[in-house]
Ligand binder design. Structure first.
Ligand SMILES: O=P(O)(O)OC[C@H]1C[C@H](OP(=O)(O)OP(=O)(O)O)[C@H](O)[C@@H]1O
Ligand SMILES: [Zn+2]
Length: 375
């Protein structure tokens, strides 16, 4: 273990970062010479919302590359529904058993974040949503969090360690304001000295009433004000934002925008999207509940075989022209005109298709309008 309590890549890659029972049963099976060829499928029996966004496949492919397994999966960014297989792994059980923990960990966490970002994006009704919550998670996974938020549809991320290609978004912390004699000193310093590419978004909730500070910040060159009003003062946040809008307009700042942040929920974003110009979302995306995926044997030595509660046999998920979905046995004929969603990713250890972050994001964004009706 290095300087921080973080499990390193080697431990993950070697299968050491796993649940002890996998190691124990593999040892028993080794002694008994048991190692059947199995096919396992990953499904979520239930979801907090009608649908989720599949994410985290990139890490799974990197993990399994080179192992004697075949992997098929929905592309990252696919919308999935309860009980639909999103991933399938085939091989001799002992050759990949210990990786189940990491496989599930990668996709449960990333899919939870991406799903929350997508639902938040829908709630915002087209208004920009920025991922401000990497501070709500362990820093070692900041890049994963921001990648998943971006794939889910977030319009930018606050953590500098976000993967290349994700626009960085940030404003200013309250601490900055408090390091200057007064708000104007801080706002004017920011307006004057921040880099030319930095949007002049200024906090307008530190010491005085938001509508007063907003006009004062606008006078210091704010292009937008961020209202991060503490819960103890929040009351009717909508009314506060409406007043701020009114005062900015009547004082000659109709172009100064309003960015809301601070513990915002999906419901609040939906309620404020007509009065706010953008949202900074932390915990509601970064700390979203993980998707409760499980990984289950559904074939042994080529025969359908599943435990209670799971459907046996390898499956394919088809999407029809109108977005209708059906899950059929893999060997069944494809419905006319339907698109099969699970595609080969690894064949005998060789990667045949590698996820692409931008393709995944586009896959989500292209589906969001149709999904609005399913919220
Ligand atoms: O949705 P949340 O989980 O609340 O996080 C969203 C915002 C709110 C928080 O404000 P503060 O805690 O006031 O931090 P700062 O003053 O540094 O902006 C910080 O700016 C986060 O980026
Ligand atoms: Zn603050």
């Amino acid at each position: 273990m290095g300087r921080f309590l973080v499990v390193g890549e080697d431990a993950i890659r070697s299968g050491t970062c796993t649940d002890i029972y996998f190691r124990r049963v593999v040892e028993v099976m080794e002694r008994d010479g048991v190692n059947p060829h199995v096919t396992m499928e990953v499904t979520a029996s239930a979801l907090p919302d009608p649908w989720g966004v599949f994410c985290g496949l990139d890490d799974v492919i990197n993990l399994l590359e080179g192992l004697p397994v075949d992997v098929d999966a929905m592309p990252e960014g696919s919308i999935f529904y309860p009980k639909e297989p999103v991933l399938r792994v085939s091989g001799r059980y002992r050759d990949f058993a210990v990786y189940e923990t990491a496989i599930l960990g990668f996709i449960c966490h990333a899919s939870g974040v991406a799903s929350a970002a997508a639902h938040m994006k829908l709630a915002a009704g087209g208004r920009p949503v920025f991922s401000f919550g990497s501070r709500r998670q362990h820093p070692a996974i900041a890049a994963m969090i921001e990648r998943a938020a971006w794939i889910g549809g977030a319009d930018g991320a606050s953590n500098i360690c976000a993967p290349e290609g994700i626009p960085l978004a940030g404003t200013m912390p309250h601490a900055f304001i408090m390091c200057y004699p007064g708000q104007e000193d801080a706002w004017c310093a920011f307006a004057r000295d921040a880099g030319p590419e930095v949007p002049r978004v200024m906090l307008a909730d530190t010491f005085s009433d938001e509508k007063v500070e907003a006009v004062r910040a606008a006078a210091c060159g704010a292009a937008a004000v961020r209202l991060d009003t503490p819960r103890s003062r929040r009351g009717d946040m909508r009314a506060i934002a409406e007043e701020v809008r009114w005062e900015l307009d009547i004082n000659g700042y109709p172009d100064v925008q309003i960015l809301l942040s601070g513990g915002l929920t999906r419901e609040e974003v939906a309620a404020y999207r007509d009065i706010a110009d953008a949202f900074g979302i932390g915990g509601a995306i970064a700390s979203a509940p993980v998707v409760d995926f499980s990984m289950d044997i559904i074939e042994v030595d080529g025969r359908p075989y599943a435990k209670r509660g799971k459907r046996s046999g390898a499956k394919q998920v088809y999407e029809g022209a109108g977005g209708g979905r059906v899950t059929l046995p893999l060997a069944a004929p494809a419905p006319e005109g339907a698109i099969p969603l699970l595609a080969p990713c690894i064949r005998r250890g060789a990667v045949v298709a590698r996820p692409n972050m931008e393709d995944a994001r586009e896959r989500v964004l292209s589906r969001l309008p149709a999904l609005a009706g399913e919220e």
